[in-house]
Design a protein around this ligand. Structure first.
Ligand SMILES: Nc1nc2c(c(=O)[nH]1)N[C@@H](CN(C=O)c1ccc(C(=O)N[C@@H](CCC(=O)O)C(=O)O)cc1)CN2
Length: 288
């Protein structure tokens, strides 16, 4: 179903696995005139495991129906199943803030894909701890805010970032942003944060993964898109990819080869998150 049809909605549900979940959810939608056009589900185990469900449905007049659907689903289904759930209109783009430092390849790739309509996002704001990319971002017609960060000024910088973004974005994407976000920021921003790490995690977490890769003599390098948590590079992994490299490649050449992987991995992760295909299961994810 296209992302532009205003009558297409998505519902994601997660709860303790138990008999009757699909019957309960599908009959709720059926009784309200919705036509289920796609359904994916998975369970981590029938005995007390976690059940995950993603449904795409068509319902004429969806935008007017959503508040009632949410209210009645909460009362009639979620309360009974003790389920977490989310309804979304597929045609509404996800409002995104992009964080960047000096490396431009992931940022410009996302801006370019968004301008071409390849990503279901609206880039509302770019935030950077360096001024270098202001002109390039402005050329896309996107607001750019330079908020310098040092170890000493990080709390004040994060207060400025929160003041700029809170309640106006649905997702933050760290496009090679080279500052560690505090747990307080992650709690207060109130939306998911996706980071692109330039290694095939769990290998080479932290700073300088290409230098670590060169020193280790690996034959594959990679990139990992994950949700950012307080523990650096330990968040639930959304997408990864790798590319073969030769022993002749310098760390600089590894970084150049790796940049292509970073871009595609981040774009896939942002797309799948915004299409509600990614459900977090503890330290891991389920991607439908
Ligand atoms: N809370 C989190 N914040 C960030 C994460 C994360 O997983 N959780 N990922 C990083 C990105 N990153 C690797 O992918 C990374 C960035 C920065 C550093 C680091 O050591 N930064 C230093 C300052 C470096 C500088 O001033 O240039 C620091 O913040 O003290 C390590 C890994 C983004 N944030």
């Amino acid at each position: 179903m296209t992302g532009t049809d205003p009558d297409v909605g998505r519902l994601v549900v997660s709860c303790t696995d138990q008999p009757g979940i699909v019957a309960c959810v599908s009959s709720f939608l059926y009784r309200r005139g919705a036509n289920i056009v796609q359904s994916d589900q998975d369970s981590t185990g029938p005995a007390g495991g976690r059940f995950f469900l993603r449904i795409v449905f068509h319902l004429p007049g969806l935008d007017k129906e959503l508040p009632r659907l949410e209210r009645e689903f909460r009362q009639e289904v979620a309360a009974r199943l003790d389920a977490d759930f989310r309804f979304r209109a597929a045609s509404v783009p996800t409002r995104v803030a992009l964080f960047v430092s000096r490396y431009d390849h992931c940022l410009l790739d996302l801006l370019w894909r968004a301008r071409r309509g390849e990503l279901p996002i609206e880039v509302c704001q770019v935030v950077s701890n360096h001024p270098d990319l202001a002109d390039e971002v402005s050329s896309f017609g996107v607001a750019f805010e330079h908020i310098p960060v040092t170890r000493a000024t990080k709390p004040e910088a994060e207060r400025r970032q929160l003041g700029l973004l809170r309640d106006s974005v649905d997702l933050v994407v760290l496009a090679r942003y080279m500052q560690i976000l505090s747990g307080d920021f992650l709690d207060r921003i109130g939306v998911p944060v996706i980071n692109i790490h330039h290694s095939f995690l769990p290998a080479f977490a932290g700073a300088g993964p290409y230098e670590q890769a060169k020193e280790r003599g690996v034959k594959l390098i990679g990139a990992t898109a994950h949700y950012a948590t307080e523990e650096l590079d330990e968040g639930p992994i959304i997408e990864q990819d790798v590319v073969r490299v030769s022993h002749r490649a310098s760390a600089r050449e590894l970084a150049r080869r790796g940049a292509d992987i970073e871009r595609t991995v981040l774009a896939r992760a942002v797309t799948w998150h915004c299409e509600d295909r990614v459900l977090v299961n503890g330290r891991t994810t389920i991607v439908f």
